[in-house]
Design a protein around this ligand. Structure first.
Ligand SMILES: NC(=O)c1ccc[n+]([C@@H]2O[C@H](COP(=O)([O-])OP(=O)(O)OC[C@H]3O[C@@H](n4cnc5c(N)ncnc54)[C@H](OP(=O)(O)O)[C@@H]3O)[C@@H](O)[C@H]2O)c1
Length: 204
């Protein structure tokens, strides 16, 4: 649980506890794809301003729930600090990534090569619900295939989309078909390179 404090009418501080949030974040094209029909997402690479935002976004997250495909793309961050001439932003992200816990969902992966990582063979919504109730920090879920399952069972509390100024015409959708969600806009931010961050609360 995440513990906070509030002051009641008698001016006494009282403890409160809330569930950790499950957050889906994706860098997407304007037409809603995280990768184009060739599987490319070089157009989604953040510039320094967006990278700084992503680092600050990820910093408080305690656990990443990964589909096996996204995990395999992210694993390089485990050793990124050993590569010479990395930028301060990359080193910062590597440190953030390494200090979070990771759960990788896969029926095929035999082992993992990052610390603080375990494999789950099934996505069990009840287990994730329990995780949200007991986690000390918020949790993220990705890529889109795994996130779709969490969205479909109503586990995702917030969606954060970094919309890149490009239409790619097809590919891997950032959001699944056959899911209807009423959303509350929490915030928006425009970046110098034309990316827009949109954040939404689900289930309003
Ligand atoms: N726009 C960007 O900035 C950006 C950044 C990174 C990646 N991407 C794109 O995102 C893609 C990754 O997302 P994705 O949606 O394709 O895949 P994903 O959600 O990361 O991973 C899918 C895999 O997770 C495992 N999985 C899913 N549901 C499961 C369940 N219920 N139980 C057990 N295992 C389960 C399966 O692994 P097994 O096959 O091992 O069973 C499945 O093949 C990348 O390939 C890339 O194209 C885009």
């Amino acid at each position: 649980m995440l513990w906070g404090q509030f002051r009641d009418a008698s001016s006494e501080w009282k403890g409160t506890c809330t569930m950790a949030k499950l957050i889906y974040m994706a860098i997407t094209s304007l037409d809603g794809y995280v990768a184009d029909t060739d599987g490319n997402f070089d157009w989604a690479m953040p510039d320094d301003e967006v990278f700084t935002f992503v680092n600050d976004f990820e910093r408080p997250i305690g656990t990443y729930l990964y589909g096996r495909r996204l995990y395999e793309l992210m694993i390089g961050w485990e050793t990124a600090h050993t590569i010479p001439d990395q930028s301060p932003l990359m080193l910062d992200f590597a440190k953030i990534w390494q200090s979070a816990d990771k759960i990788v969902y896969s029926r095929t992966l035999e082992s993992v090569s990052s610390a603080r990582t375990r494999i789950e063979r099934e996505f069990d919504p009840e287990v994730v619900r329990q995780m949200k109730a007991t986690a000390g920090r918020d949790i993220t879920v990705g890529g889109p295939d795994l996130a779709a399952q969490a969205l479909k069972v109503g586990l995702v509390d917030e969606c954060h989309l970094l919309v890149s100024p490009i239409v790619v015409g097809g590919g891997k959708p950032s959001l699944p078909d056959n899911v209807r969600l009423q959303l509350e806009l929490l915030g928006e931010r425009r970046f110098g390179n034309g990316v827009v961050h949109l954040s939404y609360r689900t289930g309003t």
